[in-house]
Design a protein around this ligand. Structure first.
Ligand SMILES: [Zn+2]
Length: 287
């Protein structure tokens, strides 16, 4: 609009403008056609472009995502607290055949990475030449090659593991995350594969039922050892069986809170003192 007014103000007459506009349109059209032909010529003849284009086919790497995520949900808060991410990773690998197959592909891609870098180094040079035509050719060639510069680059994914526990009404959600590269996965996969299924199941049972496992460690011999150490008296009220109370061996830090069945976490309590305590834990000792 502005241009039109300008042209009018300059008092060109219409007879003059029309041929000019036609000429400009024609010129633009020719430039576009010329450029289009040039691009298709470069696509057909540029050694570098054609070489880069063929890399994926020659390399034959797997098409993989950048990242794979695996979730493992746990049945209780105490499982969530007690089972390490290390073990979650092992569990996922052990229980997931797809992951193991995928991992093999990741290794293949990892190896192809060096091959890929070498192939790129071996790519033919850009077209050279001093004429305007050569320069335009080279310009287009560079633009096309940049557009496919990562073509065929093998993806070496990372693996994300999430362990989670959601409380019964979904009120609280707990979550741990760990991310491993393909390289870091190697040792984990080896570790998982070294475990036979029986071994794995027994380790899993022990890890997942840690509380039960801790309680099983309370043998009659250990019980006696604790009672003897405490002179067969309640550590809170000091009464003994002679005073008519029943003596219990108690976990100072409850098993449900991660306490272990070991001498230094055990003490003698009478039934009255013990039942008054339940699962409460006072880090200062006396409940
Ligand atoms: Zn007592």
């Amino acid at each position: 609009m502005f241009l039109f007014e300008l042209v009018q103000n300059m008092e060109f007459n219409n007879q003059f403008i029309v041929p000019w506009i036609i000429f400009a349109i024609l010129a633009a059209f020719l430039i576009i056609v010329y450029y289009g032909l040039k691009v298709s010529k470069v696509k057909k003849t540029s050694e570098r472009y054609l070489y880069l284009l063929k890399i994926p086919e020659k390399l034959g790497a797997y098409r993989l995502n950048d990242k794979y995520t695996y979730s493992y949900s746990l049945a209780s808060k105490s499982q969530f607290d007690n089972v390490s991410m290390d073990f979650i990773v092992i569990a996922v690998i052990k229980e997931n055949e797809d992951l193991r197959e995928l991992y093999k592909k990741c290794l293949v891609n990892d190896k192809k990475m060096n091959e890929y870098k070498q192939m790129k180094l071996n790519a033919p040079e850009y077209h050279l030449g001093k004429s305007l035509d050569d320069k335009i050719y080279c310009q287009i060639e560079k633009r096309l090659c940049n557009g496919i510069s990562d073509n065929g680059r093998p993806t070496v994914p990372s693996f994300c593991f999430i362990s989670s526990y959601t409380s019964p009404q979904g009120r609280r959600k707990y979550q741990n995350t760990i991310e491993l590269t393909t390289e870091e996965m190697t040792i984990k996969v080896a570790e998982a594969l070294l475990m036979d299924d029986y071994q794995y199941e027994s380790i899993k049972r022990r890890k997942m039922n840690r509380a039960q496992f801790e309680r099983q460690k309370m043998t009659p011999a250990l019980r006696y050892e604790v009672l003897r150490r405490d002179n067969f008296r309640c550590k809170i009220c000091g009464r003994s069986q002679e005073d008519g109370v029943k003596l219990h061996v108690d976990h100072i830090l409850p098993v449900s809170k991660g306490g272990k069945t070991e001498m230094n976490n055990l003490r003698t309590l009478c039934e009255d003192c013990n039942l008054g305590k339940k699962d409460k834990y006072d880090p200062n000792g006396i409940n």
